[in-house]
Design a protein. Structure first.
Lengths: 316, 439
């Protein structure tokens, strides 16, 4: 009897010890963090992995809209799209759009940050107001600019006529070149505050003693900016520019809301072409193929260059 | 981390994904759901009131889901893909092939026959929705695009509304008016859209193209042949390029909204447009409304004018309760109810049944009575409408893609904005259409 009791107690304490060990094991960094991140990983696979996989699958099949049992066509869609001048023209426009935006957003954003970093009366108000373009919903932004640029009722044409710059209303969307310039300017206007805020945040981490030392040594403001400020904000600027490039290559709403890719197809960047192929012409496979090409031709190389460059810099 | 927290975390890990897979509930049973694109607030409110009356009388709720037209096809596709379609879908003829291709809608011959027997629906309006002898949708109201012009300006200039293309050019030139003498044109001779953002630009081209006997595709035994590259179409585009000279700056961006604003501000001496501006002008500027008149679109000498227009129709989905839908439509097509639906946008929505067209409820509405001449012209052009892809006895299988490609507008843009010759631009357009039907 005593042996039985002893055995039962031993089993109970063994179980407790096992449970305790199990919980301790779970509490250790490795397994618990794995379990805690598992739902996120599954979720990400579901919301990113599945659609990306589906896009690749669609690009290898001939799907028009939502029909079932679509035929496998291998790489035919890629061959077809790569032979279309429409695709290459859109690719060219995508590069112009992205670079045009970047060339405006980055320097102007830095310049605004430099100004906002100065101490002056009303600085806080100016900082808040300068963020407004970025805070407004994009639809509001674009509609507002469409009105401003309207040749008949727009304020810009009115002002240009008043100061004698033009005799007759100017139509900014009448040619491919001016239409592209207009959408780039409007988008740059919207995104420049984002660049400015990030740059300003980076500037505010720079120790004031560096500036004091430079001034004591007689450095000019120009020299201070290029020798102290710019090297220290460069990582933040580069990271933001990189994120912007990825966004710009994929950006659809401002162009669609402003020109729908027109006039003709003069502002039809690859995202606009993808939309038209998929939802106007019901060629889902074509749309998917262009999406994959956009990823492979632009985003992957750019990301690789970025990672190699920054990876090397970190190592050095 | 405490043990309790660890256990709770584990439970959360197991339970959290369950929230994700709980599907949203479909419309409540006993409710009829209808999708449409009549999104202006006044229309949504009017439809709401009409449906509320049906619920009061029968106890059956009808829920509307207004969807912006540019998003409509996307919504239809996603609805079909997920099996989440409503009971009733408002469509134009080009949308029918997509719904049929995906087996989303059912024939409605019995309902149509019953309504036709009682209220008489003209064949010209119901035929675009007939496939292989079966009726797949029932016209519910018409929207037509005649020529709208400033009668006062034409009278001041001693001009008659143009009937031919030569007269149209002459009138457009004569009616480029600088009314305040500041050197800037205030009224434009012909507000012609040279646009491909949205369907307005292509719809205007379509009317001229058809009036000259041109077409995009010919259909025989389900096979489409591109007939766009024709002398008639080249002639039409040559004429339109001339007419574009009298269109306002910004013509390359003229869509429905912008054109309507030009009309409401009295800046167009002539324009091709439907009656969407009438109700608002009747309420806000009756004086300007009085100055407008409508007439059939001009056509080349010796040819019959044709018009852009759509008999909008109701189609019933495979999952709908057919009896409930039939009862609702029996109620809706009663002239007094049907007239209430049309008068939600009085001056724009035209009757598609003889019973409603001649009913007091329709004719005695204050706005309809006020613009009786405009309504008469619209009703008249309703008998000479053409729908892209539906010009022959058979509908084009790619009608929707052909329409939504906006190639008609893009061809005009190539000529007017980029200086391409009409011959080359039309050939380019034909290639685009060929590409559409081949893929």
């Amino acid at each position: 009897m005593a042996t039985l009791e002893c055995s039962s107690q031993k089993k109970s304490s063994d179980l407790k010890a096992l449970a305790s060990r199990l919980l301790s094991w779970l509490e250790r960094d490795g397994p618990l963090s794995f379990l805690l991140t598992l739902p996120s990983v599954v979720w990400m696979l579901g919301i990113i992995g599945y659609p990306v996989g589906l896009v690749f699958w669609l690009s290898l099949h001939n799907q028009r809209s939502i029909e079932k049992n679509v035929p496998f066509v291998g790489l035919d869609n890629y061959a077809k799209i790569l032979h279309k001048s429409e695709f290459w023209e859109s690719a060219r426009l995508t590069v112009i759009w992205s670079l045009g935006n970047l060339l405006l957003i980055v320097p102007i954003g830095i310049a605004i940050a430099v100004v906002l970093n100065l101490q002056f009366y009303g600085q806080r108000t100016v900082r808040t107001w300068s963020l407004l373009p970025w805070m407004f919903p994009i639809v509001v932004n674009v509609l507002m600019w469409r009105w401003i640029l309207d040749p008949v009722a727009g304020v810009l044409n009115y002002l240009m006529r008043q100061i004698g710059l033009v005799d007759q209303p100017v139509s900014f969307f009448a040619s491919r070149e001016t239409a592209m310039l207009a959408v780039i300017l409007v988008n740059a206007w919207r995104w420049t505050p984002f660049m400015a805020v990030v740059t300003l945040a980076a500037m505010q981490t720079i120790s004031g003693t560096l500036y004091e030392a430079a001034r004591v040594d007689g450095a000019s403001s120009w020299a201070i900016f290029w020798r102290i400020t710019f090297p220290l904000i460069r990582p933040a600027v580069a990271n933001t520019a990189f994120i912007l490039v990825i966004w710009l290559f994929n950006m659809f709403p401002p162009i669609w809301l402003m020109t729908q890719g027109g006039p003709g197809d003069g502002t039809a960047t690859l995202p606009v072409l993808i939309y038209k192929q998929g939802l106007h012409l019901f060629r889902m496979s074509n749309a998917a193929t262009i999406s994959v090409l956009l990823l492979v031709m632009f985003i992957v190389p750019f990301t690789t260059i970025y990672l190699v460059t920054f990876g090397r810099r970190k190592l050095s | 981390m405490s043990r309790v927290a660890v256990v709770l975390t584990l439970i959360a890990i197991v339970v959290a994904p369950l929230g994700v897979v709980v599907a949203p509930a479909r419309a409540q049973s006993g409710t009829i759901e209808i999708w449409h694109w009549e999104t202006p607030p006044a229309r949504v409110e009017g439809i709401e009131q009409l449906f509320a009356r049906y619920e009061q009388e029968t106890g059956v709720k009808v829920e509307q889901v207004p969807i912006n037209f540019p998003d409509y096809q996307t919504k239809l596709l996603s609805g079909m893909a997920t099996g989440q379609l409503p009971d009733i879908i408002l469509i134009n003829p080009p949308q029918l092939p997509i719904l049929m291709e995906n087996n989303a809608v059912v024939p409605v011959d019995d309902i149509f026959q019953s309504l036709d027997n009682q209220f008489v629906i003209p064949e010209a309006l119901s035929n675009p929705y007939k496939v292989d002898g079966q009726q797949y949708a029932i016209p519910v109201f018409g929207v037509y695009w005649p020529m709208t012009y400033r009668a006062d300006l034409y009278a001041e200039a001693g001009l008659e509304p143009p009937k031919t293309w030569d007269e149209t050019l002459a009138a457009a030139e004569a009616l480029m008016l600088d009314q305040d003498g500041d050197g800037v044109t205030d009224v434009y001779g012909f507000c012609l859209p040279v646009s491909s953002n949205g369907n307005y630009g292509s719809q205007v081209v379509w009317s001229f193209l058809r009036s000259n006997g041109g077409d995009i595709v010919a259909v025989e035994n389900g096979e489409e042949t591109v007939v766009f590259d024709s002398p008639e179409n080249i002639e039409t585009y040559t004429f339109l390029a001339q007419l574009a000279e009298y269109s306002p700056p910004g013509k390359e961006n003229l869509d429905w909204g912008a054109t309507e604003l030009l009309i409401k501000s009295g800046r167009c001496a002539t324009v091709m447009y439907n009656g969407a501006w009438i109700r608002e002008l009747a309420a806000n500027d009756p004086e300007l409304l009085e100055k407008y008149a409508m007439a059939p679109m001009p056509a080349p000498e010796g040819k019959e004018s044709r018009h852009t227009g759509y008999p909008r129709a109701i189609t019933v989905t495979r999952t709908a309760d057919i009896d409930a839908v039939a009862a609702f439509l029996e109620w809706l097509y009663q002239p007094e109810n049907h007239a209430d639906l049309l008068n939600i946008e009085a001056g724009l929505f035209m009757p598609v049944t003889e019973a409603t067209a001649s009913s007091d409820a329709f004719l005695n509405h204050p706005v309809v009575a006020q613009v009786a001449d405009l309504v008469t012209v619209q009703a008249q052009v309703g008998s000479s409408i053409d729908i892209i892809g539906f010009t022959g006895p058979e509908g084009a299988p790619h009608a929707s893609q052909i329409e939504s490609s906006f190639v008609l507008g893009k061809v005009l843009q190539r000529i007017v904005l980029e200086g391409e010759s009409p011959v080359a631009a039309v050939a380019w357009g034909a290639k685009q259409y060929q590409d559409i039907i081949e893929n």
